[in-house]
Structures are given as C-alpha cells and as structure tokens.
Design a protein around this ligand. Structure first.
Ligand SMILES: Cc1cc2nc3c(=O)[nH]c(=O)nc-3n(C[C@H](O)[C@H](O)[C@H](O)COP(=O)(O)OP(=O)(O)OC[C@H]3O[C@@H](n4cnc5c(N)ncnc54)[C@H](O)[C@@H]3O)c2cc1C
Length: 385
C-alpha cells in the first residue's frame, strides 16, 4: 500500500510542526496542571485553519481528507501530552463533524463557522452513568414543548465538558433502543445545565466532565436531523473517532520508544549503557516491531476510509491493536527508565499514564472484538458499536 501523504500534506505538516514547537510544547506543563487547554489554543488553531480540515468550504472549512487529520494528530502529539490532540479532536472531529453530517443548513451556519474559527468550542455528550458501551440505553430525555425541547438527565466522562460552548448531546425522544434516540445541540449557557470537572489518572491537559441537564430548554431547530434519527449519524462518526485514537496511540508509542532508546543509551549502570545489555536491545526490538505493525494496520484503515471503502472491521482492528499495544509499549519503555519513570520531571511518566484511556474511549477493546467477530462471521450477532 502506498501511503496517501503528498507534498501538500508535507507542507501542512511543516506548518503544524512550527505551531506545536512555538505555541504548544512550551505550555504543556502548565496545561497539565490546569487540567485543560486554554481557549486561546483553539483560537490559534482556528486562525491557522486547522479546525475545519474536513468540514466543507461553505462553513469555513477546507474539505480535505483524513490524511490531513492524521498529520494534525501526529504533530500535536509531538508535545508529549495526549490531552492536547484529544481536546482538539473532540472539538474538530467529534462534536462538529456530526453537525455537518446531520444538521440543517441553518444550524450548520450558526455553529460551524464559529467552531472552525475557534471562537466556540464543542463537546460530544453521549455517555451516561448508566449507558457507556450500550449507547442505545441512554436515558437523558428530551420532550417537545412548543418550539422547544426540554431536556433532563446527565452525561459523564465528556471531553471538553467544562470548556465547551456547545454540547452535541444524544437524547431520548422516543421509545427504548436506538430507534428512539436523537441528537441535539445544547448551548453551554442554557439555563439548567451544570458541569463538574472530573479528576483523571491521565490525559490531564484534556478537560473531562460530568454534565447535568435540569429542565434545559433548547430550541427545537437545534435538533440534528429528524426526531429519533440520531443513532445513525452517531455511529457514522465512530470510524473517524476510532482512527483518531489509533493515530494518537501510534504517535505516542513512537515518542515512548524514542525516550526509551535515549535513556537506554544515556543511563550508565554496571559500567555500561543499559542498552548494552542484550536483553534491552531485544525488548526494544520487540517494541519497535509492534509499533510498526500497529502503524501498518492504522495506515491500512486510513487508506480504506479515505477511499470510502467498507472498513469498520479494519478500523476496529487498528484501534484495538494500537491501543492495547500502547499499554505494553508503555510498560516496557517505563521499565527501562527505572525509578525515573515515576518522576513528574520525566516526560515518560506522563506518556505512561496517558496510555491508559484509549482501550476505553470510542469503543472499548471488548466492544471492538465483538465488531470484528461479527464482521468475520465468528458470531451470529453482527457487531455492536
Ligand atoms: C478519558 C475519557 C474521555 C471520554 N470522552 C468521552 C466523550 O467526549 N464523550 C462521550 O460521550 N463519552 C466519552 N467517554 C466515555 C467512553 O466512551 C466510555 O467510557 C466507553 O464507551 C465505555 O463505557 P463505560 O465507561 O460506561 O464502560 P461500560 O460500558 O460499563 O463497560 C465496562 C466493561 O464492560 C465491558 N463490556 C461492555 N460491553 C461488553 C460486551 N458486549 N461484551 C464484553 N464486555 C463488554 C467493557 O469493555 C468494559 O471493560 C470518555 C471516556 C474516557 C475514559
């Protein structure tokens, strides 16, 4: 397979590299302490045209392909803080693209222009305390009242939850199951919406929140698509989301490998470098072999996705393998650092803990295995999402 990067992608990569070196990496420690990236981060990304890569030009976007998103994620990861690409993608890939897919022209004009400019920040609110993997079990209810919907319920683990200006929210408007689900855009200043930041093990620069909707009155025109038609556009977004997480995991593994290689060379023990012990040469040889395998699966998934081929199973395999492998790679690369792996001053500590979230978000490893099994005819039931 020939990778889909062209000279234009390389040019795009160079501008992102400069942006990350100047505007992101020097600030990462502060953002990790603050528990969020600042609004100015989104504004600067917007000013440079990085937030509308895949959105249509009529909404200020560039209408480009996922290879550009890949470049963006890979370069943002160079700051060494996974929360940074996660925050950017929760906005640009998860919360806004679904509006483009399912929203009315009026809604797209109202939200997408400012979102692409980085003037407003988005979040995607699906998960609830009682409904994670089983998306169709959500209970947050939206009831029609004249020209409005009144929303009651709660969401949890929502990326960008406290900093978002709008939350693309999954709600129940009909009966049980996926046929009774809708999507509605909820402005964050809606009366009755309260938010609480959650404290996490890792991805500290990404804000994650619990949201409470109490009699939130939202105009009915903020509904995305037909009432009870929310499940399909939500599922369509999963392929891109899972690819994004594959790209983050692969880029993160490369960083961990380079840190391990550097430390292995530099650290002298028993009169030699740690990497002079053959056991560490072999362990890191396994690490890089696994990274190459994860990248090969990832690039295959991206290639199929960009060409519009069926790729649900391939993308699931890519996310499953990359995120599970990242756990092993993190352990190996931390181990070669010895005690330094536990010190905040060592970038490895952050990468280590940041590797933990990805086997869960956007489809747990178990859910992905169910999809793959369904696609391969291993089970009679087709894959859940
Ligand atoms: C850092 C972070 C950021 C997140 N950001 C967002 C966000 O922006 N928006 C949003 O809506 N959600 C977000 N989530 C939530 C995430 O999508 C859910 O955590 C995920 O879908 C799993 O749901 P759950 O936590 O309720 O686990 P559960 O669904 O309760 O799963 C518990 C365990 O059961 C397993 N399991 C579930 N179903 C099956 C099955 N069929 N067979 C076998 N095992 C099964 C799971 O794999 C898991 O191991 C985020 C989560 C994290 C950790």
């Amino acid at each position: 397979m020939t990778l889909g990067f062209t000279e234009d992608h390389d040019q795009f990569r160079r501008s992102l590299k400069t942006f990350v070196e100047r505007e992101v990496t020097p600030n990462v420690l502060e953002w990790e302490r603050e528990g969020q990236v600042p609004r100015s981060f989104f504004k600067k990304l917007g000013d440079l045209g990085f937030l509308g890569i895949r959105l249509g030009e009529e909404y200020g976007g560039s209408g480009l392909d996922f290879w550009y998103t890949t470049v963006m994620v890979q370069e943002l990861m160079q700051c060494g803080s996974v929360g940074v690409p996660v925050a950017a993608m929760a906005h640009a890939e998860f919360a806004t693209r679904i509006i483009e897919r399912a929203g009315s022209d009026e809604l797209k004009k109202e939200f997408l222009g400012p979102a692409v400019a980085g003037d407003i920040i988005g979040a995607l609110g699906v998960t609830e305390p009682g409904a994670g993997s089983d998306v169709a079990a959500i209970r947050t209810k939206a009831v029609r009242d004249g020209d409005d919907y009144i929303i009651n319920g709660s969401k949890t683990f929502i990326t960008n939850g406290t900093i978002a200006d709008f939350i693309t929210t999954a709600v129940r408007t009909g009966g049980a199951g996926h046929g009774g689900m809708s999507l509605i855009v909820v402005p964050a200043d809606t009366k009755g919406l309260t938010r609480k930041r959650l404290q996490k093990i890792g991805t500290h620069s990404s804000d994650t929140a619990e949201l409470f909707y109490e009699d939130c009155r939202v105009p009915a025109r903020y509904l995305l698509g037909p009432e009870n038609g929310g499940f399909k556009p939500l599922m369509q977004g999963f392929e891109g989301e899972r690819l994004v997480l594959s790209v983050i995991a692969c880029a993160q593994m490369r960083l961990m490998f380079e840190a391990a290689r550097q430390h292995g060379h530099d650290r002298k023990i028993f009169g030699q470098s740690v990497l002079d012990f053959q056991v560490w040469q072999h362990r890191l040889a396994d690490v890089i072999t696994n990274i190459e395998a994860a990248e090969a699966l990832m690039y295959r998934g991206i290639d199929l996705y960009v060409r519009g081929e069926p790729c649900n199973a391939e993308i699931s395999m890519s996310k499953l393998f990359a995120t599970e492998t990242a756990l092993t790679v993190a352990r190996e690369c931390a181990q070669i650092h010895g005690g330094m792996s536990h010190m905040e001053e060592c970038g490895m500590a952050r990468l280590y803990r940041d590797s933990l979230a990805f086997t869960i978000g956007a489809g747990t490893s178990e859910v992905l295995r169910t999809i793959i099994a369904g696609d391969m005819g291993l089970s009679r039931r087709r894959g859940a999402s």
